[in-house]
Design a protein around this ligand. Structure first.
Ligand SMILES: [Zn+2]
Length: 328
């Protein structure tokens, strides 16, 4: 009897261990909204947004003469993609889930050659179409998987399984090293590697225009740090990195990649990143309480909640440790 009980206990422990180890594989397919397109009456439209085309799937908000936010108020992630142009070329940062084709919108907005660059490889940023030119952050762990210049995001990077969307194979035209400049002609962007949400997340900084495009690092109300390649250690290091990179831009606009429920463009401040950094230090020290079962929820500030792994599954070692960044 005791022996039988012992064997059952071992089996239960093994099943639980597999469940924890495979938690993302189990939970991500369940995470789909089930509702790809929001009923129009439930969608809020961005202020100053101009509808594109007859169907008006996209609303374009012009941020300055050469910068456009291309929003998708009817797609459930409420994507905000950015077209950032100089005098010679333009970058398209993100392309939504690809429920609708963003390329005609981009063509209408600029005659310049456009390079697509994803803020990270999640399927709700990569779109589903091909692009004339594609750039990707040059990271050893991505480069090692490329076949020449061909690269396909893997399961955990893409997560399209949530909606039955397979990753596309890309031909990468430009591998851009973290910290390097992208010259658009009379406009320069610096690509900063800002992992945390994923291990391939980037931000684009335009110091002169006082704007930084931060992808899913911090969008509207929610920070997601519980995905397969998320890391708390990366989040903390990237918060320090953003603060260092924007030291001369105290009132910079940080533009994320999703609108909130109100449909308005996401905008965070440098002060918000300082708060995030301080709260991450507290989480690391076990000094900030969390609620919920899985993911655990940490209140970062009154309007921002971080979804994270429970403490015993949190990973606090950065993917690429940077000794020049301190915690305070
Ligand atoms: Zn994401």
């Amino acid at each position: 009897m005791a022996k039988k009980f012992g064997i059952s206990a071992v089996i239960i422990v093994i099943l639980l261990a597999i469940g924890v180890w495979q938690r993302h594989r189990i939970l991500i397919p369940l995470a789909t909204s089930g509702e790809r397109i929001m009923p129009r009456e439930e969608a809020n439209l961005p202020a100053d947004g101009k509808p594109f085309g007859e169907e008006a799937y996209f609303y374009v908000v012009q941020l300055d003469a050469q910068t456009f936010a291309i929003t998708e108020p009817y797609a459930w992630p409420r994507n905000v993609n950015y077209l950032i142009a100089g005098s010679e070329r333009a970058m398209l940062l993100d392309a939504g889930v690809g429920f609708y084709d963003i390329r005609p919108v981009v063509k209408k907005l600029t005659d310049l050659p456009v390079t697509f660059i994803p803020s990270h490889l999640h399927y709700d940023h990569t779109g589903q179409g091909g692009y004339e030119r594609i750039a990707l952050v040059d990271l050893p762990h991505l480069r090692v998987r490329a076949d020449g210049d061909e690269f396909t995001p893997n399961w955990g990077e893409h997560l399209g399984v949530a909606e039955g969307i397979a990753p596309t194979k890309w031909k990468i035209d430009e591998w851009i090293k973290p910290g390097s400049e992208i010259d658009l002609g009379q406009r320069k962007l610096t690509l900063h590697y800002t992992p945390g949400h994923t291990d391939n997340s980037i931000s684009l900084l335009d110091k002169a225009a006082n704007i930084m495009f931060t992808g899913d690092f911090m969008s509207a109300g929610r920070i997601n740090a519980h995905y397969p390649t998320s890391s708390m250690g990366d989040y903390l290091q990237s918060a320090q990195k953003i603060l260092k990179a924007t030291m001369e831009n105290p009132d910079i606009s940080l533009r994320g990649a999703h609108a909130g429920k109100d449909g308005q463009l996401p905008r965070k401040s440098r002060g918000d990143i300082e708060i995030l950094r301080d709260q991450l230090v507290k989480i690391k020290e076990g000094a900030l309480n969390s609620t919920g079962s899985y993911p655990r929820l940490y209140a970062i500030k009154e309007d921002v909640v971080m979804q994270a792994e429970p403490r015993w599954l949190q990973d606090w070692s950065p993917t690429y440790p940077d000794k020049s960044l301190s915690e305070n």
